[in-house]
Design a protein. Structure first.
Length: 242
């Protein structure tokens, strides 16, 4: 028998070993080929924001309106303070500067027109126009006394003026109006509504006297104590334009 060299035996064994290994590796490779690779993680789809709620038309209009600048807002805040300070710097005109007849017109509109008519034509109370007032009260002092005291001060059924009898209804203004206001409204009624030029001159004379200090009036004529004689003495120096 021929002896096979050792190195050939080893080579033969190696060759057989490679062949025997091949079937073992093949199924593994086949299995590896059949097993799909692990899927890569899919990124999350972006979540879309919900659409904003519709804005009401009046809100949209307000948002679109031009805003006041900050400096203008500051000025508006300070405006009332400025106005208060400004008014405080103004001087109120004196009563004498305003004028008796001018003040009397305002007082008549506020206090007397409702009863005696806007132009003195009468109504609930007697008329003043056409000289009627001067006819009833030839003496301005008696007219002033009547306005101070009214019906209650004279007493129902008693006489007042020229041939008149108290029937009630005339309020007394002595407590409600100042002495100057009563003179102003009486002279307005007599001069402007009654047409008396003498009373217009008296009003002008009183304006001058009050302005230069030659006449000082009390705050009020006291209905309980004043008399027509006292009022006549007060006014007499200025009647006739003196």
């Amino acid at each position: 028998m021929t002896e096979i060299p050792e190195h050939l035996l080893k080579r033969s064994k190696k060759a057989r070993g490679d062949k025997s290994d091949a079937p073992t590796d093949a199924p593994a490779d086949s299995q590896a080929a059949e097993t799909p690779a692990a899927a890569a993680p899919t990124p999350d789809a972006p979540v879309e924001d919900a659409p904003p709620a519709p804005v009401a038309p009046y809100v949209a209009t307000a948002n679109a309106r031009k805003k006041i600048p900050w400096w203008a807002a500051s000025a508006l805040i300070l405006l009332p303070l400025w106005a208060f300070a400004y008014v405080g710097t103004l001087e109120r005109p004196s009563e004498a500067a305003a004028g008796m007849l001018s003040d009397g017109a305002h007082l008549y509109d506020a206090r007397c027109a409702a009863c005696h008519g806007a132009s003195g034509g009468g109504g609930v109370g007697p008329a003043f126009d056409g000289g009627d007032l001067v006819t009833v009260f030839p003496d301005v002092a008696v007219n002033v006394d009547w306005v101070i005291k009214g019906s209650d001060g004279y007493g129902s059924g008693n006489a007042y003026g020229e041939g008149r009898t108290v029937n009630g209804g005339m309020p007394g203004w002595g407590d409600a109006l100042t002495a100057r206001e009563i003179l102003a409204v009486v002279l307005y009624e007599r001069a402007s509504l009654g047409g008396s030029m003498d009373d217009a001159d008296l009003a002008e004379a009183l304006d001058h006297a009050l302005a230069d200090g030659s006449l000082v009036l009390p705050e009020h004529f006291d209905p309980a104590t004043v008399t027509s004689e006292e009022l006549h003495d007060l006014l007499a120096p200025f009647i006739g334009g003196h």
